[in-house]
Design a binder for this molecule. Structure first.
Ligand SMILES: [Zn+2]
Length: 240
């Protein structure tokens, strides 16, 4: 099968998938980073905030911006996860932050029947996190059995391109950005990047990536860049 000419909506025409048309030029990728806020008291080993996610999202956004037929928009988390988890249903209220803006923005895009809209929900997990492997570049998390083949396709593509990747099941209906996007007919993915270094917060991660002269950081940075490239390649092969 030639992946480059396959649309997910053709492969898995479930209620989730938008009927994309290859003729459309109006392509949009929405990026969400719900957990970028870290509390000052947060343990570096815990996974309550996503320290590498804003850095990764920025790399992916820059790469997508270079594709002249794709427009991107990023929605950043605005609140501590303990106060309001922006990836849970309870966060669909204005007092929590970006969720209603993201929903309204998506609805507006969908009013144009020529729009192709895709959403990528970006997260990251700490080094030495007990639940997940230290040796992978990223996980794709999917909680809906109906989407599993879709997830398999992602993992297959990544592995074929040298990305160390695995799928992990989430609780059904729990990851609400995915749930809401899919309910609107927008393909949405949740990916979890390996942070690879221990840091306090996203600002520290950013600063290390952008200023450190160390060889190890250089290698990590190069690796993240490569993985982001593959994610962007995959988005462009499946949806547009
Ligand atoms: Zn997260």
């Amino acid at each position: 099968m030639d992946l480059k000419r396959v649309l997910l909506s053709d492969l898995y025409p479930t209620r989730y998938f938008q009927k994309n048309t290859k003729l459309g030029k109006d392509n949009h990728v929405i990026i969400s980073i719900p957990h970028e806020y870290c509390s000052v008291n947060e343990s570096i080993h815990r996974h309550l905030c996503d320290k590498a996610a804003p850095y990764v999202a920025a790399v992916i956004e820059r790469k997508l911006d270079r594709c002249d037929n794709i427009k991107t928009k990023t929605f950043n988390g605005t609140v501590y996860r303990r106060r309001c988890d922006l990836n849970r249903k309870e966060s669909r209220v204005y007092s929590c932050g970006f969720r209603p803006e993201m929903t309204n923005y998506t609805k507006k895009l969908l009013m144009n029947p020529k729009s192709n809209v895709f959403c990528i929900d970006i997260h990251s997990y700490p080094k030495k996190y007990k639940k997940w492997s230290e040796n992978l570049d990223l996980y794709i998390l999917d909680d809906d059995p109906a989407i599993k083949p879709y997830t398999k396709l992602f993992v297959k593509y990544m592995k074929e391109h040298g990305v160390k990747c695995s799928a992990v099941p989430g609780k059904i209906g729990e990851n609400d950005i995915m749930v809401e996007m899919r309910s609107m007919g927008v393909d949405c993915f949740l990916i979890e990047f390996n942070e690879q270094i221990l840091v306090k917060n996203a600002a520290e991660f950013n600063s290390i990536m952008n200023t450190s002269q160390s060889r190890i950081v250089g290698e990590i940075k190069e690796r993240i860049d490569y993985v982001c490239n593959k994610v962007v390649d995959w988005i462009s092969t499946i949806n547009f």
